[in-house]
Design a protein around this ligand. Structure first.
Ligand code: LMR
Length: 398
């Protein structure tokens, strides 16, 4: 029976990661997956996390399961990170959360809750969006429509088209928004644009589902949550998927949270009970290590301060690379790459065709997605010239 199953194509991101790993060209440039790399091409462990880990390991006395809802310090820390320490919404008990295996787990549990509330409901996703949204959200039975978002001609958000499309969202439907550092484009909404979305959600009665996997990687932890907070001030309900993969560098520890903003405190608790049942069906209990580390960093003032400092360094490096990339690519190709400087977080499109991207991989060992999305943080002083030369070459060949 099992021999009837066909081999499936590789995941569009993870398949390229494997291809890049198998390429031994010393000139290789790997800009595939969204992992922060330092100047030496390594994905570092934050010192704050390292210190939390030493304390945790020294004091650890059990490997018993965590409660189904996860670690309490972690849940509190994540809620405060999203809404602000002094948030009235938290004080009123309108927010609840469940620890999940990474941001993916958070998207999936968020989708389970939305499906439980209204089976087969419609979720509006940005065009383009992170491709994994489709299986994570679609596999619970929700339907999709797309709204226009990124305009390759201007390398920015086509807000007029976005608004036009969102006018078609019916009462009770879901709009999936990227909280900051849009993946794959790096093109974010301004605060004024978030305010228009809030107006529309209020008048049309749609529910935002915010994936905020990159909080702190754009302009700052507070700044990156500004759009989400603006919606939260004005709307009765929201579902949020948060992740500590990028901002705390806990990728392999699978550390995230599904967070619910509800109209009333008892409803917030009801959603946690629903989320626990949804989790029990899929993976039962969340993994402990990453959340215990994040919880410690978020609840220990010295570690929090150290982490803030380190995260500021990460942002400074990414923003510096954005400047260097726009100059170096511009000079090598005689094209305008200044848009890279305007974008936020780890990703930008280079504006190349899938064929050009395939040639970059096959002929130059420069690995980027077919959409021409690059992980800006994979660029460094040792590979930027190879990258620019290769991009110039494929642009010349058309
Ligand atoms: C990415 O978009 O590269 C990251 O979010 C990692 C992943 O799981 O795809």
């Amino acid at each position: 029976m099992l021999d009837q199953l066909q081999r499936l194509p590789d995941d569009p991101i993870l398949g390229l990661v494997a291809q890049a790993a198998a390429d031994h060209n010393p000139q290789k440039v790997d800009l595939t997956i969204g992992i922060y790399m330092d100047e030496n091409g390594l994905c570092p462990v934050f010192d704050a996390v390292q210190r939390a880990q030493q304390q945790l390991v020294a004091a650890e006395s059990t490997k018993a399961y965590l409660p189904a809802v996860g670690d309490a310090a972690f849940n509190q820390g994540i809620q405060q990170l999203l809404f602000g320490e002094d948030s009235a919404l938290l004080a009123d008990g309108r927010v609840s959360s469940i620890q999940t295996p990474g941001g993916c787990g958070a998207v999936r549990i968020g989708a389970e809750i939305l499906q439980a509330a209204k089976p087969g409901n419609r979720v509006w996703i940005s065009d383009p969006t992170w491709p994994v949204h489709i299986p994570l959200v679609g596999s619970v039975g929700l339907q999709f429509s797309k709204y226009r978002y990124y305009d390759p001609a201007t390398h920015g958000v086509n807000f007029e088209a976005m608004v036009e499309d969102l006018k078609g969202v019916a009462r009770g439907e879901i709009v999936l928004l990227h909280g900051c550092c849009h993946n794959p484009s790096g093109a974010d909404l301004t605060l004024a644009q978030w305010s228009v979305i809030a107006d529309m959600a209020e008048s049309q009665g749609f529910i935002p589902f915010i994936d905020i996997a990159y909080q702190g990687m754009g302009d700052g932890l507070e700044e990156d949550a500004a759009g989400l907070r603006l919606l939260a001030q004005r709307l009765p309900e929201m579902v949020i998927a948060a992740s500590c993969s990028k901002n705390l560098g806990l990728y392999r520890e699978r550390t995230g949270a599904a967070v619910f903003l509800c109209q009333h405190a008892d409803n917030a608790q009801a959603l946690v009970s629903q989320a626990k049942v949804a989790a029990r069906k899929v993976y039962s209990m969340p993994p402990a290590h990453g959340a215990l580390l994040a919880g410690k960093v978020l609840s220990t003032p010295e570690l929090t301060a150290l982490w803030h400092e380190e995260l500021a360094g990460v942002r400074a490096r990414i923003n510096g690379l954005r400047g260097a990339l726009s100059e170096t690519l511009g000079a090598a190709t005689n094209r305008d790459f200044s848009f890279i400087q305007r974008e936020k977080g780890m990703f930008s499109f280079l504006g190349l065709s899938p064929e050009q991207c395939q040639r970059l991989r096959a002929e130059h060992s420069v690995y980027l997605l077919d959409s021409s999305r690059i992980n800006v943080a994979g660029v460094n002083g040792a590979n930027i010239d190879n990258l620019a030369t290769a991009v110039a070459q494929v642009c010349k060949e058309g």
